[in-house]
Design a protein around this ligand. Structure first.
Ligand code: ATP
Ligand code: MG
Length: 216
């Protein structure tokens, strides 16, 4: 069978994918948290993992450098999903994409008055669509991380960011005021690879589906 390359990001995606891989009979030979290797062999000779930045996962799969990947819906919405088959919501790395503002900021009132809001976010495309659909005028400011800081130092009125416990917001005197979309990680598959390597890929999809409790 042709070899299969699976793209994963370090951190919570990798951690939460481990049990799914195990259910498919795949155990990584190295731990990406301690190893500096970017290509990791597995217990299955025909299956290897590559370790990529979370927001790069769809790109590797889209171009066929990886056959399969696991990416958050946040990343997929922002990427657009070109060339990707998305057969399965794995239900892992669950959180919510939300609008958040400083405690003292009256978001509802600002929206009602038709104020022009400055919004800082890593998720510019998704934020643009969200506010356009609501008819809220926004100036979007692209950031690459630590969005919570932006309203505290006058860079923005609001942020669009992922929220799970809400502790980071709370620690920075921010509050979530609107949910944009619930987020979880999805299995993504290169469309051409699925056709050419179906014999190897389909059993993996089926094993992941079974492990997440989703029958075919
Ligand atoms: P980095 O943190 O290195 O800047 P990143 O934020 O892209 O990179 P992670 O923090 O590992 O990477 O997040 C990877 C994915 O996990 C996100 O795309 C999202 O789908 C999910 N995720 C992010 N934050 C949370 C969270 N607080 N709770 C649950 N899932 C999350
Ligand atoms: Mg992060």
């Amino acid at each position: 069978m042709s070899p299969i390359t699976i793209a994963l990001s370090k951190g919570r995606i990798f951690e939460e994918t481990l049990p799914l891989l195990k259910a498919a009979g795949i155990v990584p030979r190295d731990d990406p948290e301690t190893s500096r290797k970017l290509i990791i062999a597995t217990s299955r000779p025909g299956v290897r993992l590559i370790i990529v930045r979370a927001s790069d996962t769809p790109t590797y799969v889209q171009y066929g450098a990886a056959d399969i990947g696991i990416a958050g819906k946040d990343v997929l919405l922002e990427h657009g999903g070109d060339g990707l088959y998305q057969p399965l919501d794995l239900g892992i790395a669950a959180c919510r994409l939300m609008v958040a503002v400083p405690q003292g900021f009256d978001y509802a009132q600002a929206v009602k008055q038709g104020a022009r809001l400055r919004v800082a976010t890593k998720y510019v495309q998704t934020a643009r669509e969200h506010f356009a659909a609501k008819g809220v005028h926004v100036d979007l400011i692209k950031l690459y991380g630590s969005m919570e800081l932006a309203p505290l130092v006058g860079l923005a009125d609001a942020i669009v960011d992922l929220v799970s416990s809400g502790n980071t917001l709370k620690a920075n005197n921010l509050r979530a005021v609107e949910q944009i979309v619930p987020i979880s990680a999805r299995l993504i598959v290169n469309v051409a690879a699925l056709k050419l390597k179906r014999a190897a890929i389909q059993p993996l999809i089926d094993a992941f589906a079974a492990a997440t409790g989703k029958p075919k």
